[in-house]
Design a protein around this ligand. Structure first.
Ligand SMILES: *Cc1c(COP(=O)(O)O)cnc(C)c1O
Ligand code: SF4
Length: 335
């Protein structure tokens, strides 16, 4: 029998192992947190189409024994997900009509977005793409060269955004190849990555990954996704430091979520902690109305009120832009 590893040892395993050993059922996660089914309105039925998935590195930052932990709330399937809230749908941001070809979304001027993979290291219950038909629309290996040709043929595109799912779940080899190919496109200025991995699975940020990304001649931007200061732990700080030290610009986007970060002190603390670690607050999104997420809704009026209080407290550069997505609009809408 191999010796049982303690938590610290588990967190030093490589990212693939940590990913494979993520929590994938409600019972194990509750047990780890010293909670029981009686503490929370959990729902196994809600996991049928969108399973529970949480890396230990993220769960490790939750407070044991606290059913209201803001990190737990983001990932725990509860009965509210099964209620039908009016105005909620499967494609709330109108991604499907703007899909130019499988895996490519070209909605905004100068920017094209690749849906590189449908997988994520964590399943966020509020995700706007939780009902997205990924098998049809992701830029699998098969469609990748068609996606690159699309950028080549459109000189107006200055920036490619790798998104998903989580593009940093692709192997180093695939990312290296993709970056190499994108680098040959003269009119392209920047490659941007939208990823939650530096926050939820920071072991993903390895020297080999940095090599794959920085071989490109383009400017590189990574937009991470962090909703609460408790998500920032020493492993996250080290990963972001490594990215920064290699000339990668870091921004953060958050989603405004009821019971997670819908108060001014939490939002201010998040901005402070991000900036202390080299990450600039970029967007605070009003949640998109995807089926199953209604219990996270913060109204637009409340959101405006919250951001005003943040503005009254922090320097302007620490106030994220409050935005919402309107299907068919030319950009995200500033509120
Ligand atoms: C959000 C988004 C972008 C990026 O928008 P920015 O305002 O530049 O951050 C680009 N394409 C699509 C389809 C998007 O949803
Ligand atoms: S990491 Fe992003 S895309 Fe993945 S489940 Fe969470 S919100 Fe959705």
């Amino acid at each position: 029998m191999p010796e049982k590893l303690n938590e610290t040892q588990l967190l030093t395993k490589n990212w693939q192992q940590q990913l494979a050993e993520s929590f994938n059922n409600i019972e194990d996660l509750l047990h780890y947190l010293h909670l029981s089914y009686h503490d929370l309105p959990v729902s196994v039925a809600a996991t049928k189409d969108f399973p529970l998935r949480v890396p230990l590195s993220f769960a490790n930052s939750m407070k044991k024994g606290d059913p209201n932990d803001p990190l737990l709330r983001q990932v725990l399937p509860i009965k509210d997900e099964l209620f039908a809230y009016p105005g909620y749908s499967d494609d709330p941001v109108g991604d499907l009509p703007s899909s130019t070809q499988p895996g490519v979304l070209h909605k905004y001027h100068g920017r094209a977005l690749f849906i590189n993979t449908g997988s994520c290291a964590i399943n966020c219950r509020y995700c706007f793409r939780r009902n997205f038909p990924y098998p049809d629309l992701q830029l699998g290996k098969k469609n990748e060269s068609a996606g690159i040709s699309y950028i080549q043929e459109n000189p107006g595109i200055a920036e490619v955004i790798l998104s998903g799912g989580d593009p940093l779940l692709l192997s180093d080899a695939r990312l290296a190849k993709l970056f190499k190919q994108l680098s040959t496109i003269k009119h392209l200025k920047r490659i941007r990555i939208h990823s939650r991995l530096p926050i939820v699975l920071p072991a993903r940020i390895t020297d080999d990954l940095i090599n794959a990304l920085t071989r490109s001649s383009k400017q590189i931007v990574i937009v991470v996704h962090c909703n609460h200061a408790n998500e920032i732990n020493p492993r996250v700080i080290a990963a972001c430091q490594l990215l920064k030290n290699n000339g990668i610009t870091l921004f953060n986007q958050s989603v405004l979520l009821k019971g997670v970060n819908d108060n001014p002190a939490t939002l201010c603390n998040l901005s402070e902690q991000l900036f202390s670690n080299g990450i600039i607050p970029y967007y605070l999104h009003l949640m998109d109305k995807a089926t199953g997420t209604g219990h996270f809704e913060v109204s637009e009026i409340e959101a405006i009120n919250l951001i005003k209080q943040v503005q009254a407290t922090l320097p302007g550069y620490l106030v994220p832009k409050l935005v919402k997505e309107l299907p068919g609009a030319l950009s995200k809408q500033f509120i």
